[in-house]
Design a protein around this ligand. Structure first.
Ligand SMILES: Nc1ncnc2c1ncn2[C@@H]1O[C@H](COP(=O)(O)OP(=O)(O)OP(=O)(O)O)[C@@H](O)[C@H]1O
Length: 638
């Protein structure tokens, strides 16, 4: 198939389609016009996802085939939603949201086109794909087997090893992501094998299992590669820097040379993918295109961000500088006041109107520390109430109240209605299971619920209505008062499917309705620090750097942390380089470079105010002078 070719006239047409965006510069134009297989390495805030969405919009207008489509792969749902949102704004763009096109995460693609078809061909179904749920179930089963229980009592490594049981490769070899397995001829190996097989039969999997099933299908059906390549002649991969070698290798085997593949990413922001096989990674493959300018921030923040880059050219900030960056040092005893002082600095710099238009965030590379001494090692030191990042949608699949809470409380980006409808069906399934309804004994997952009930001749009108109410309302789990109404609502709608002897009083007492340990509103509180100053207030959201990847903030505080592998504090290592008083040591280990990449991601989030904070004992005088000479404000909390 001949792919549509984009021209200068098409780019000119963009001005009308996306009036708020500017694609007039040579670098962005080159990315839009590129028609062959090519990598694009682009700076933070350069608008990688925005350029990709614009390009898709133009391609949609000229796409000639209704059986072959464009495949767009990302790592995070945040990026996927961003692309979908932009495309949904125009009739042409919205055509890309349906067959024959695919826009989704690599995991979703692997599941839809490979892993689930493989499982179906083996007569297996999926109940839940979730590392945490899998680990809890596997460990629970192991503790009911005396030899494993005894072993775990003497060895702390046993439980993580059991919880991490996973299939690997096309031969579905049993390994563990949580430790080394005993030899196959040992006494405990068959017990572990049985646990994995039993959970497989129950449809409970780890994420990595899906990649093994994908491998297995590719081996079983070698013609699949040709079929997928025909179906998707054009593939885009966003956030390419976070692709692990296992994923890149699999993608290489999914699409053949006839497919045009364009990969976008920023090598300096690689903080997610696993290290295994990292030396084989090919992104960005020369001659790559670049976008070196950031639309997010001005030259001062760009210089700071460039100071912690691991490679490539410096970032050019094309927005206006708003406030100079700040280094806030603190005396050990005052580590708990850093967030509050940052909030005050923000309130002094921005009006309420400005605060209403952008977020204020505090980030740290590590969530929890491993020692009490030397505060400044992790988020917990700065905010002892910190309860962890927003739980991933996966681990919510077993938490009834989280499924019902509003998307604002349960996901970092607004969930789509589709996601909420999936959550609603899952919640209904959990309740029917808890109530012992015979009608769901073979239903593995929420999306199957209505179909299975219908096939069994049940009237599904009330269930549909309940799912609709839950999805549209989306706030039922979010407060204690609203949670009290829930059993009644479910009982009314599900009465016909419940065991006839189950009274409302007993139904309302089902464990699924118990008050959640981590109530969504408490989780929310744990991630926010409210700062009051001069009669005004600001909310600072707290999280790990990884959880805020891809975000744009008004103001960002990057908190120093201790990297457990290099055994070094990240800012202690980076500040002399940032201040221009030392060059980065060319022999730095990969683990030390990883600290730099985390700082690079964190420091490149704000549009208007960047603040970094470190313990004063780890900041040298020449470093402070160097930063001040570059226009930084240096202050001490003593
Ligand atoms: N072509 C453009 N014209 C004007 N503004 C843009 C353009 N592209 C992006 N922006 C704006 O710049 C900011 C950063 O964009 P975006 O988050 O898409 O960048 P990114 O490359 O994905 O960043 P990162 O890699 O750091 O996550 C956003 O506020 C976005 O609206």
């Amino acid at each position: 198939m001949t792919l549509p070719v984009l021209s200068d006239e098409d780019i000119d047409a963009l001005a009308a389609l996306t009036a708020d965006l500017d694609f007039t510069d040579a670098e962005r134009r080159a990315v839009l016009l590129e028609g062959g297989t090519r990598d694009v390495n682009a700076a933070p805030g350069s608008g990688k996802t925005t350029v990709l969405a614009a390009k898709l919009l133009l391609l949609a207008r000229k796409w000639p085939d209704d059986r072959r489509g464009i495949c767009v792969l990302s790592h995070t749902n945040v990026a996927r939603e961003e692309i979908q949102k932009r495309l949904a704004g125009t009739p042409d763009g919205s055509r890309l949201l349906a067959y024959p096109h695919f826009i989704g995460t690599i995991h979703a693609f692997v599941n839809q086109f490979l892993a689930l078809p493989f499982l179906r061909s083996e007569g297996l179904e999926v109940d839940v794909i979730d590392d945490e749920v899998f680990a809890n179930r596997a460990i629970g089963m192991a503790m009911r087997k005396a030899p494993l229980r005894g072993w775990a009592a003497n060895n702390d490594g046993v439980k993580p090893m059991v919880g991490g049981l996973v299939f690997r490769g096309s031969g579905l070899e049993l390994v563990s992501e949580g430790g080394k397995l005993p030899k196959p001829d040992s006494k405990s190996y068959p017990l572990l094998h049985d646990i994995k097989l039993e959970l497989t039969a129950k449809g409970v999997f780890r994420y990595a299992d899906m990649f093994a099933f994908a491998e297995a299908l590719l081996k079983k059906s070698p013609a699949l590669r040709g079929r997928l390549s025909k179906r998707f002649p054009l593939v885009f991969i966003d956030e390419m820097q976070d692709t692990s070698w296992a994923q890149e290798d699999l993608l290489n085997r999914l699409f053949d040379d006839t497919v045009t593949v364009q990969r976008l990413g920023d090598l300096n922001q690689r903080i997610l993918g696993s290290d295994e096989g990292a030396a084989n990674l090919t992104f960005p493959r020369a001659p790559a295109l670049t976008i070196s300018t950031s639309k997010r921030f001005g030259p001062l923040i760009a210089a700071a961000v460039s100071g912690v880059r691991v490679g490539g050219a410096a970032v050019v900030g094309t927005s206006a500088d708003v406030h100079p960056p700040m280094l806030l040092t603190y005396a050990t005893a005052r580590v708990g006041e850093v967030l509050n002082l940052f909030g005050q600095k923000v309130l002094e710099r921005f009006s309420d109107e400005q605060l209403g238009s952008g977020s204020v965030r505090a980030l740290c590379a590590r969530k929890q520390g491993d020692a009490k001494e030397e505060p400044g090692r992790s988020l917990i030191d700065y905010w002892p109430g910190y309860g962890g990042d927003v739980k991933s949608s996966g681990s919510r699949s077993e938490r009834f109240w989280a499924l019902l809470a509003s998307p604002r409380l349960t996901a970092s980006a607004a969930s789509t209605l589709v996601d909420r409808a999936v959550d609603a069906k899952r919640a209904v399934l959990l309740v029917l299971r808890a109530a012992g309804s015979e009608h769901v004994s073979t239903v593995r997952d929420g999306p199957q619920l209505l179909r299975r009930l219908q096939e069994a001749g049940q009237d599904t009108a009330h269930v549909r209505l309940l799912c609709r109410t839950l999805a549209l309302q989306g706030t039922l789990g979010a407060s204690k008062a609203s949670r009290l109404e829930v059993p009644g609502l479910f009982y009314q709608a599900l009465k016909g499917l419940l065991p006839s002897a189950l009274s409302f009083a007993d139904f309302a007492k089902l464990s699924v309705f118990e008050e959640p340990e981590d109530a969504p509103e408490v989780e929310l509180e744990q991630r926010h620090c409210r700062v009051e100053h001069g009669g005004r207030q600001v909310q600072v959201e707290i999280g790990s750097i990884a959880s805020m990847k891809g975000e744009t903030h008004l103001a960002t505080l990057v908190l120093e942390s201790f990297g457990w592998r290099p055994r070094r504090f990240d800012l202690e290592l980076a500040l002399p380089v940032l201040a221009g008083v030392e060059a980065r040591d060319a022999r730095m280990t990969d683990h030390q470079l990883a600290l730099f990449r985390n700082l690079y991601v964190g420091m490149s989030r704000p549009t208007s105010f960047l603040c970094i904070s470190a313990n004063e004992s780890r900041v040298r005088e020449d470093v402070k002078r160097g930063l001040a000479a570059q226009g930084w404000v240096v202050e001490r909390l003593g």
